[in-house]
Design a protein around this ligand. Structure first.
Ligand code: FAD
Length: 497
C-alpha cells in the first residue's frame, strides 16, 4: 500500500495561534513529521489577547506545562470571571463567574428557588451563591478542591497573561519538540495543478514545501484567503464593533483575580490585570464614534499612567466560510474573529488544534474529514457568537448603538434560548456547548432578562426548605472564602521562580 502519511507541515505565523499549534503538533507527532514555522518579526503579532477561559488549563496540562512555572513566565494572574459594569444600564453591574451557582440540593436547579424567593422579597443577588465571585470580590484565590462534596469544588478559573510572553514560552517548548522556526516574510504561495498548496516562498528566496499547511497569519489569512479564497462570513450586523484601541498602564489597585468590562456609549472597555501591568482596550463601533474620540475615552478611563502609546486595531467580526480548505487549515485570527468580550479567541485556537488532531488527515485529504472539521468549527463559532450577542441585545441603555443592538434581529438559536428563559427560567444549552447553563444564567440575569415564572415544580416540592438551604449555602461559601489566601499571597507562595 502507498504510504499516504503527512510528512511535512508548514505553519505560517508565530503569534499565539502559530505557537500554540506548533507546540501541540510537535508534542503529538513526536518528530515523525517535519514541522516548519515561519514568522516575520517585522510584521509582528496582535499580542493583545490576555484573558482566557477555563479550558485553557487543559491545553497546558496536555502539554505537561507546570502551572506555577507558566504563571511566573507569563507574568500571569488567575481569573475567576468577568465583572460587567454599566452593561444592562448605567450604574448597574454584574459578574459572570466561572463555575456553578451554589451547589445543587434538589431535582430543580437552584436558580428556580432563588427566583421564587425573589418574588417573595428576598433581594439577595444571584452572585452571592457563586464562590468564584465571592472570592474575586475579596481578591482571594486558591485552586478548587477535587472533592465534589466540598463547596470549594464548585468554582473554576482561567488565566490572564502577557500573550507575547506566552508565545515565547510556547516557542521554547515547540523548539524542544522538533519544530523548526524560520524568520522571514512569506511573499508568495504556490499552488499545485489541483489547487492544493505546494509551497510558500520567502523574501530570502527560500521555499518551504509541505503536505499540510496551517494558516496562522492573523487577520490577513495569507493562505486560506490570499491563496485559496475560502471566503468570509461577515457578522457585523450582529456584532457591530469593528475596532479597538489598546494601551497598557501601571497598576492603580492590587491585581485582582478577574477581568472587568465597562460599557461605554459606542462600545466597551476591558481591564485585564497582570502581575506587572494592566492591559486596557476600548472596543468600539466606528459607525458611532471616531478613532480619536474612542482613544480619548480609553485614556480618560485609565486608572493609572499609561505605559505604552495607544494602538489601533481594525477587524471584521465573523468567520471564514471554510476553515479547512484543500490542504490548508486556518487557525487563530485567520479563521475568524468574534470580539474579545468573553475572551474566547485563544480558546478557539485550542479547540481548532485539538479538532485537527482528532481529524488528522493523510495526503488524500478525505473530503469527509474536511467537512466534519468545518461543520464542528462553524457550530462552535456560531454558539460563541450567540452568547456574545446576548450581552448586546438585552440592554436598556439609551445611546444610538445600544438602541440599535437592542432592536436588531437575532439568530434563531439565541431567540429560542431567550424564549425558554423568559417563559419559565429554563436554560437549554446542550452538553457540548462551550458556554454552559451557569454561564447563560449569569449573563441573562446580569443583563436583567427576567423570567415570567419559575419552574412549576418548585411549588410542588413543599418539603424543600429553600430559604434555609440558601442561607446555609451563603454561610458555607462565606466561610470558605474567608479561609482562602489572597491572590498575591497565593502567587508569592507558589509561583515565584
Ligand atoms: P497574530 O497575532 O496577528 O499573528 C500573526 C503571525 O503571522 C505573526 O507572527 C506574523 O508575523 C505572521 N505573519 C503574517 N504575515 C506573514 C508573512 N507574510 N510572512 C511571515 N509571517 C507572517 N483573545 C483572547 O483569548 N483573549 C483576549 O482577551 C483577547 N483580546 C483581544 C483583543 C483584541 C482587540 C483583538 C484584536 C484580539 C484579541 N484576542 C483575544 C485575540 C488574540 O489576540 C488572538 O486570537 C491571538 O493573538 C492569535 O492571533 P494570531 O496568532 O492568529 O495572529
Amino acid at each position: 500500500m502507498n504510504d499516504r502519511r503527512i510528512r511535512r507541515i508548514v505553519i505560517v505565523g508565530g503569534g499565539t495561534a502559530g505557537w500554540m499549534t506548533a507546540a501541540a503538533l510537535g508534542q503529538a507527532l513526536q518528530g515523525n513529521c517535519r514541522i516548519d514555522l515561519v514568522e516575520s518579526d517585522r510584521i509582528g503579532t496582535i499580542g493583545v489577547g490576555e484573558a482566557t477561559i477555563p479550558p485553557i488549563k487543559l491545553f497546558n496540562q496536555r502539554l505537561g506545562i507546570d502551572e506555577n512555572a507558566f504563571i511566573t513566565a507569563t507574568q500571569g494572574t488567575f481569573k475567576l470571571g468577568i465583572e460587567f459594569v454599566d452593561w444592562s444600564r448605567k450604574g448597574h453591574r454584574y459578574f459572570h463567574p466561572f463555575g456553578q451557582f451554589g451547589a445543587e440540593f434538589d431535582k430543580v436547579p437552584l436558580h428556580h428557588y432563588w427566583l421564587r424567593e425573589r418574588t417573595r422579597g428576598d433581594a439577595t443577588p444571584l452572585e452571592d451563591y457563586a464562590l468564584a465571585w465571592m472570592a474575586a470580590r475579596a481578591g482571594k484565590f486558591m485552586t478548587p478542591s477535587k472533592d465534589p462534596r466540598q463547596v470549594l469544588s464548585t468554582f473554576d478559573y482561567a488565566y490572564q497573561f502577557d500573550a507575547g510572553l506566552y508565545a515565547t514560552f510556547l516557542r521554547r517548548y515547540a523548539e524542544q519538540h522538533n519544530v523548526r522556526r524560520t524568520e522571514g516574510r512569506v511573499t508568495s504561495v504556490q499552488l499545485r495543478e489541483d489547487g492544493f498548496i505546494d509551497r510558500v516562498a520567502l523574501e530570502s528566496g527560500e521555499h518551504l514545501e509541505g503536505d499540510l499547511f496551517i494558516d496562522c497569519s492573523g487577520f490577513r489569512g495569507l493562505l486560506i484567503e490570499g491563496a485559496l479564497h475560502a471566503g468570509y462570513e461577515d457578522w457585523r450586523h450582529w456584532l457591530p464593533c469593528d475596532r479597538a484601541v489598546a494601551v497598557q498602564c501601571e497598576h492603580g489597585e492590587a491585581f485582582v483575580p478577574y477581568t472587568r468590562s465597562t460599557a461605554h456609549a459606542a462600545g466597551w472597555q476591558w481591564r485585564i490585570p497582570l502581575q506587572h501591568r494592566v492591559g486596557n482596550g476600548h472596543v468600539y463601533c466606528s459607525h458611532y464614534i471616531s478613532d480619536d474620540e474612542a482613544a480619548a475615552t480609553l485614556m480618560d478611563h485609565l486608572e493609572a499612567p499609561a505605559l505604552t502609546e495607544p494602538r489601533l486595531l481594525r477587524f471584521t467580526t465573523g468567520r471564514r466560510r471554510r476553515f479547512w480548505h484543500r490542504n490548508c487549515v486556518a487557525i487563530g485570527l485567520s479563521a475568524g474573529f468574534l470580539e474579545p468580550l468573553e475572551s474566547t479567541s485563544i480558546h478557539l485556537i485550542q479547540s481548532a488544534v485539538t479538532r485537527l488532531l482528532a481529524l488528522f488527515p493523510d495526503r488524500d485529504f478525505d473530503p469527509y474529514t474536511t467537512a466534519e472539521f468545518n461543520r464542528l468549527t462553524g457550530q462552535e463559532y456560531e454558539r460563541v457568537r450567540d452568547f456574545l450577542i446576548l450581552h448586546y441585545c438585552a440592554n436598556q441603555r439609551e445611546e444610538p448603538m445600544w438602541r440599535h443592538v437592542a432592536r436588531m434581529d437575532i439568530p434563531q438559536p439565541l431567540a429560542y434560548k431567550l424564549a425558554h428563559f423568559r417563559g419559565h427560567g429554563r436554560l437549554v444549552a446542550e452538553n457540548h456547548e462551550l458556554f454552559q447553563n451557569p454561564n447563560w444564567l449569569a449573563v441573562l440575569v446580569g443583563q436583567e432578562v427576567w423570567p415570567e415564572r419559575y419552574d412549576p415544580l418548585v411549588d410542588l416540592r413543599s418539603e424543600v426548605d429553600a430559604p434555609q438551604i440558601l442561607a446555609g449555602l451563603r454561610d458555607v461559601i462565606g466561610q470558605a472564602v474567608d479561609a482562602m489566601p489572597t491572590q498575591r499571597e497565593y502567587i508569592d507562595r507558589y509561583c515565584r521562580a
